[in-house]
Write a new protein. Structure first.
Length: 269
């Protein structure tokens, strides 16, 4: 009995000094590698200077994605190494894993497309939190960007979750500057010079109210005639401002236009 126990103990010791030690080393290497990856990504995000919190948040999202991918690689490599140390054939497992992976890839093509599109959106900085964009038939303010979706809130307060792969064409309505455009169509029986003077009066009033918008990036500009028919002629009044002031500016432009049109007894069509 004692001899059998000694034999078992010697067997356990021999296994530990060979296979057990190899498994321990594999786990330690995997753990150290995972810790090094996490630390490197965190320090990289913290040390790189960003000109806005939004850019730093995008970098953190990308870092999380890279960390997840590298983590999966480390776990897979450690698992295969441990199975090999246990003398378990890895070939059949790899073959079955390849078939399973193919089935999963076919069934999750949309998810993969969302992920890849999300990487490019974040890396290229196509839009930022707080921007107003038009994508996938939806216009709204960007409230959240993830590796799979973009969250937009429209003017009615509704939140739209748009998959990244659905964003084939995107229009950023608030990148750096915006232009307010007011088109006015007058009856053709008015004197064009009178119409021009009325539009210039609108531009002058907007200039006097410039402080309401934090300053214009460009002075108000009268453009036209931009179109005409047998009974009407169209002009445009344009002003370049910061994106945050666009809606306020457009409302003020309409109000000033109504005031001047009434004062000068002009007819809009």
């Amino acid at each position: 009995m004692a001899q059998e126990a000694q034999t078992v103990m010697r067997g356990i010791a021999a296994w530990w000094l060979t296979t057990g030690l190899r498994i321990t080393v594999i786990l330690m290497v995997a753990g150290v590698t995972w810790y090094a990856v996490q630390t490197w990504l965190e320090r990289l995000v913290m040390r790189v200077p960003f000109d806005s919190d939004d850019r730093r948040e995008r970098a953190r999202t990308l870092a999380r994605a890279v960390r997840a991918v590298l983590g999966a690689v480390i776990v897979a490599a450690a698992t295969l190494s441990i199975l090999s140390a246990l003398n378990i054939p890895v070939g059949p497992l790899l073959a079955s894993a390849g078939i399973t992976g193919l089935a999963i890839a076919v069934g999750s093509q949309a998810l993969v497309r969302d992920f890849v599109a999300g990487v490019f959106i974040l890396a290229e900085g196509q839009f930022s939190l707080g921007d107003v964009i038009r994508a996938a038939g939806v216009t709204g303010t960007v409230e959240r960007i993830t590796m799979r979706t973009v969250w937009l809130r429209d003017q009615q307060g509704q939140v739209h979750v748009v998959p990244n792969s659905a964003i084939t064409v995107m229009s950023n309505l608030t990148r750096e500057w915006s232009r307010g455009v007011l088109r006015l169509t007058f009856a053709l029986d008015h004197d064009l010079r009178e119409i021009q003077r009325a539009l210039e009066a609108m531009a002058d009033r907007l200039t006097l109210q410039e402080g309401l918008f934090g300053g214009f990036l460009e002075p108000p500009l009268v453009v036209g005639p931009v179109d005409f028919t047998a009974k009407a002629v169209s002009f445009e009044l344009t002003v370049k401002v910061l994106p945050a002031q666009l809606h306020t500016l457009e409302r003020r432009m309409r109000l000033v236009a109504l005031e001047v049109v009434r004062e000068r007894e002009l007819s809009l069509v």
